[in-house]
Structures are given as C-alpha cells and as structure tokens.
Design a protein around this ligand. Sequence first.
Ligand SMILES: Cc1cc2nc3c(=O)[nH]c(=O)nc-3n(C[C@H](O)[C@H](O)[C@H](O)COP(=O)(O)OP(=O)(O)OC[C@H]3O[C@@H](n4cnc5c(N)ncnc54)[C@H](O)[C@@H]3O)c2cc1C
Length: 461
Amino acid sequence: MSRTENPVLTPQVLVVGAGSAGTAAAIAAAETGADTLLVEASGHVGGTLARQLLEHSAGFHDAAGNQVTGGVGQRIVTLLQEYGGSPGHIPDDVSYTATRTPVNHSELSMCEAVLLRRAGVHLLLNTVVVDVETAAGTGGNEGGGTGTTVTAVVAEIPGRGRTTIRPGIVVDCSGDAVVFALAGASFQTDRADATQPGSLLLKLGGVDYAPLLKYAADNPDDLRPDSRIGAAGDDHANLWGFGKLLARGHADGRLSWRRTEMHLAAWPSRGEAVLNLTRTAVEPGASHGDAYLKLAQQVMETVAWFREYVPGGRLAYLAEVADRVGVRESRRIRGVVTLTEDDVKQGRRSAQSVGQGAFPIDVHDANSAGLSHTDGLASAYDIPYGILVGAEHDNLLAAGRCVSSTHEANGSARITATCFATGEAAGTAAALAVLDGVAPRLLDVGELQARLRQRGVIGAR
Ligand SMILES: Cc1cc2nc3c(=O)[nH]c(=O)nc-3n(C[C@H](O)[C@H](O)[C@H](O)COP(=O)(O)OP(=O)(O)OC[C@H]3O[C@@H](n4cnc5c(N)ncnc54)[C@H](O)[C@@H]3O)c2cc1C
C-alpha cells in the first residue's frame, strides 16, 4: 500500500519538539514575526517538565535569589499563577537552590498551549520527524558558513503518511538532537560513557501527611540537614531523605535496586506525593523499551514499599506515572561554542550572552545509590549564543538539554528554566536570521540581544 503524500509545508522557522525549549522557541519565533511551525511527536505540549510529572520547574534564580530567567519562562509561570496552577517562585525548603517553582503539570501544559495559540504558532501533534534532506552549498562558506544546509525535514503521522517540510531555519528542541543526528552531525564525546540515568517519576494519592510529617520531624537524621518539614495542611513541601526506610525495604527484599535517598515532592493538603526514586541506565536516542520495563517494576515495588514502610502510606495508591522514560542527558550537539564546567563554575561572562543559567551542576550516576552529585554555583553564568548554533550545518540551531555543552556543564544547563531561556534565544535568533536572510552564525548578535532584552530576557547584554 502506498503512503499518503501530504502537501509540502514551507514555514520560515520549524521548531522540532514541544518541550520547555521548543515551546519557548516557537513562541519567540512567531512573536518576532516569522511564520512558525512546531512539530511534536506526542499528543501534547510540555515535554519532560509536564509529562515526567516533575511538578517543579527549577533554575529561575541564582544562589543569592537574583532572578536569572525571565521572558517566556516567566510568562508561563505568571499565567499559571493567574489560573492558580502554581504559587510562583517560593524558597527552596532545603536551600538546594534559592527558589523552586511548583507547577501542576497538566495546567502547565495547558498554559503553554494558550501562549502558543496567542503567538500564532502552527502546531502539528502526533507527528514524528523521521528524516532530513541536506545539500552541500556551492562554496557558501565565506564568512564562516559550512555550506551544508538542511533543505527538508520529513515528518510522519503514523497511518497518515509523510509530510515534507522545507523550512528556512530549523530549531532542534527534541531533547535528543534528532534533526542533528538525521543530518549526520557529530556530537560531544567528552564523557561518552557517563550519560546520566533515566527515571520514571510517579505520583501517589491517598497519602496521610500527619504521620508522614511526624516521622520526618522525629527523625531529622533521615532527612537532609535544615529541611523545612511543615504541616499536614500546607500546600507544598519538598522532602529529601528517607534513607533509613529505604534501607529497611532493601534489606527485606522489597526494593530490588539500592537507593540511599528519595526526593518526595509533597502536596500535603491534597494528600499527593511525587516520588523521584527509580533509576536505570539509558542510551541516548534509543527507544527505551527495556528501560521502561525495568523502571515499571521499580515503580510497583516503590508503591508497595511506600504502603508498608512509610508512616501515612497505608492507603496510598498510584495516581499517575510519567508517560515516558525521563531522560536527563542525551546527545549534546557540537556548536560553534561549547559551554564548559569551568564556564559554569566561574560564572563566566560572555559578550555574546543571550541569557543566564545558575542551577547547580546536578549529575546523577546510574551506578550509585545516592540521589546525585551536585556542585552549587556562587553566581550565574552567561549563555553564549554560539552554544545554540550547529558547527556543521548552516541553518540548524538547538535549544534545551541538547545544547553544545560538556557532560558537567549540561548538569546545570538541562534544568527547565535554562531550557526556556535557550529556547527563547534560539527561536528569536531563527526568526531574525530568516527575516534578515542570513545564516544564524552570521546573525548580528547585538540585534539579537536587543530583541531579547525587549522580550524581558535577563542577561542578554
Ligand atoms: C527524572 C527527571 C527529573 C528532573 N527533575 C527536574 C526538576 O525537578 N526541575 C527541572 O527544572 N528540571 C528537571 N529535570 C530536567 C528537565 O526536565 C529536562 O532537562 C528538560 O525538561 C528538557 O527540556 P527540553 O525542552 O530540552 O526537552 P523535552 O522537554 O524532553 O522536550 C523534547 C520534546 O521533543 C519531542 N520529540 C522528540 N523526538 C521527536 C521527533 N523525532 N519528532 C518530533 N518531536 C520529537 C518529545 O516528544 C518532547 O516533547 C528532570 C529530568 C528528568 C529526566
């Protein structure tokens, strides 16, 4: 049977992936005046932040409490607050960062859709990018171009056939740098064997918080130092620990994998808890079927352990589980600039800054039982424009967790506030480049920074 051939689409800017970065990129590109198409493989917008049930966007402030992410990221939080889906930025209970930003993940997803519609973005859902066509230029590398462009992106709606998209510029916000991979790009290989593990987060309902918080108050040695415990009527709490209860479950054979700490994002007044505990190694860009089956086993063991071992857990039930394996780290592109651990730790300034990041370097190890290895940052670092610009193709930009960064630097840049920031910068750059008729690498960065400042982006000097 032949496939259906759909009409060829010719947007000025194509954004692939509607997660944090892709949503911000598409809104920014459309608002800058480009005809913008957003293509998403799943049936919804929001990506990992919404569908992994994180319930916390993080990274909006530096350690001193100065805001570092504004623009679209802040507009999403503000709209969510107006609808009552977030309290906004609140102090972090364990001072891991200055603030955390609780969000209801479904309402977040809806608010992002509202802003996409207001911006005039065209959206294709359930549409998977499966191929690209490239062309070598005719000596078009004067002024720094490589001469290789992506001339078409092929997307497929299963059962409805393929659609050819011929965009001016592509912004790859797929998390896995899918467009770069299909275009034959090479990737960062600084720590090829050290990719962060994947997880399936789960939400419990029916948690009785009075006994749970009493346990936390009576066992300060089983929680991170200086944890704010709060009361059963509180709206939010953020608890890290429960290592003693985990050890008992492990010793009794109830938990087949070893963990020494759990992150429990609590909504006490609702009796809900999001647990970050499961963990397995994942391969960048793979289908993750095996990982999902392993993590599903861990999810069910977690629920049973919680009922039996955690005070207040007896009537807990699995209310929701993430709809995909949560990927912390995947392919990282090779850009014209690479963000390094030193840049991040030194709070390095860049004349080509298009935003800022400040989240600690947060690296989880697939082979250790602890929650993570973290390095706090004294101050914010600049996001140089070049980490968004592909080094090997003339019309490819990237944003989100796949930006050009080393393994360690990515441990900070992957956080959602920073993904909003890189998305907004890449989307604005793509629109300006296509409207000015130049390759992204030849864009007047001063003009881009001025636009970003007008948009409320912080740190675009
Ligand atoms: C378990 C876990 C816990 C985390 N905890 C936190 C936290 O508490 N706070 C925080 O701020 N961050 C947290 N992070 C990090 C953060 O969630 C991610 O790094 C960030 O959401 C990545 O955003 P993104 O836009 O780059 O990618 P994503 O949000 O993953 O979006 C990529 C989108 O591209 C789509 N896509 C992929 N391939 C294709 C294709 N071929 N065609 C079309 N579409 C495609 C996907 O369906 C997806 O919607 C966590 C991550 C994980 C995995």
